[in-house]
Ligand binder design. Structure first.
Ligand code: SF4
Ligand code: SF4
Ligand code: SF4
Length: 414
């Protein structure tokens, strides 16, 4: 679907020469959506981020630099003055006879590299290094509201063959039939699977909505299968294709409605649907990890529990892995099992291990320890945890290459 004709691009310094002052001159909130890329390293970066926040109704953190700090974030291992000296004075490539830190026309360095959401409120994230075109298109299509929902009168329960004592909700399984529109012919519940909301909201809710509300009230007690259903629901109900790598951080839906300028079909929802959506959104806002439950391994074509076994850790340049077996089992550090899905398994398809650019699935302090636990538990690995970790020379550069600046649990820096 062509999206460009529907857009009015008003500021894009890297591509079209709209000057900074033209952005400053706009009234606050004048721009519907801002895509902001890059990690923040200077006072000027921070000023620009705040300016964009003021001028845009919605902010999308665009790319892994903006979402997580990316590889530059590894600089947070060192004090800023050490980093400046290294760059301007100590680097081997410097040929100036009296190398020194420049003082004129400098933007002013901050102590740490930070991702965008450390400085301003972010409404949605598109990670990836680089982001996938599909994620960009799905974000724009979502914002344009190009897939209308039927919004029929009745909720899906009216058409469900389990609308009796076999109802999934009544048996403690998350099912969104009570707030989803009728009209689908696939009917997931015919196969015993819950409704995940792909027909969008209905005008009225079914009498099972209270049970759904109860489950959402206790959202942090959902089973992992129900969490996956919730993730699918969010993607479908909110009109965002699954696995697009386009993560809503919370109240983007409400903001669009309040501003009233974007075309969204999700208006005039029943109060029960509003309440359930709000609870989910609030939970997501407070628990960003929650949606990050599918990993790159889920989209990787390679065989896990293959005929290969890791007996030593190989560097990427050692040997040539076969194209079929899991790369961990062939001895390589592949970050797939601890990396958020969204890329479709890009690197493994060209015989390279995942290095984690879509961001980690959990934000614990010691990512190296977590990785070793996950690898040893889920894959053919004939090494102890200590053996595996001692064979990896650069723990931060390997296990938090893209995300160190985002990991609040990391307190390092010399
Ligand atoms: S809650 Fe789900 S399983 Fe129960 S009747 Fe409604 S659609 Fe069917
Ligand atoms: S660890 Fe890497 S190679 Fe193995 S299944 Fe996961 S993503 Fe694929
Ligand atoms: S496989 Fe890993 S490193 Fe490669 S694109 Fe996907 S998330 Fe990024």
């Amino acid at each position: 679907m062509p999206v460009l004709p529907a857009l009015d691009i008003v500021y894009w310094p890297a591509v079209v020469d709209f000057k900074h002052d033209s952005l400053k001159a706009r009234p606050d909130g004048d721009i519907l959506v801002g895509f902001v890329e890059g990690s923040l390293r200077t006072n000027e970066d921070i000023e620009n981020a705040k300016l964009m926040r003021n001028k845009c109704q919605l902010i999308i953190s665009f790319g892994s630099c903006s979402c997580y700090g990316n590889v530059h974030g590894l600089a947070n291992q060192w004090d800023i003055q050490k980093a400046i000296n290294r760059k301007f004075v100590g680097a081997e490539s410097i040929t100036n006879e009296s190398p020194h830190e420049p003082k004129e026309h400098m933007p002013g360095f901050t102590d740490k590299i930070v991702p965008l959401d450390e400085v301003i409120k972010v409404d949605a994230y598109i990670s990836g290094c680089p982001p996938k075109p599909e994620a960009i298109v799905s974000a724009v299509q979502f914002l344009l509201g190009q897939k209308p929902f039927p919004m029929n009168e009745s909720a899906f329960c009216a058409d469900c063959i389990l609308n009796n004592e076999n109802c999934l909700l009544e048996h403690g399984k998350l099912c969104f039939g009570p707030i989803t529109s009728t009209g689908c012919t696939l009917k997931c519940t015919n196969n015993g699977d819950p409704c995940v909301g792909c027909f969008g909201p209905s005008k009225s809710v079914s009498n099972r909505v209270g049970k759904l509300n109860d489950m959402i009230t206790n959202i942090n007690q959902l089973s992992s299968g129900d969490k996956k259903n919730l993730y699918e629901f969010l993607s479908l109900f909110l009109n965002v294709p699954l696995m697009a790598g386009f993560d809503l951080s919370g109240d983007i839906l409400k903001q669009i409605k309040i501003k009233g300028e974007a075309k969204t079909t999700l208006t005039n929802l029943p109060s029960e649907t509003e309440e359930i959506s709000s609870k989910i959104m609030k939970f997501l806002r407070d628990n960003r990890d929650f949606t990050e439950i599918s990993t790159v391994c889920d989209t990787c074509p390679r065989i896990i529990n293959s005929n290969s076994t890791m007996t030593k850790v190989k560097r990427d340049y050692e040997g040539l892995p076969n194209m079929d077996d899991c790369l961990i089992e062939q001895g390589y550090i592949c970050m797939g099992p601890v990396t958020k899905a969204g890329c479709g398994g890009l690197c493994m398809r060209v015989n390279a291990p995942c290095t984690g650019c879509f961001g980690q699935t959990e934000w614990v302090a010691d990512q190296a320890s977590r990785y070793a636990d996950v690898a040893i538990k889920g894959f053919n690995v004939a090494l102890s945890k200590d053996e595996l970790l001692s064979q990896v020379k650069d723990h931060l550069g390997t296990f938090q290459k893209f995300t160190l600046a985002s990991n609040k649990a990391y307190k390092g820096g010399e």
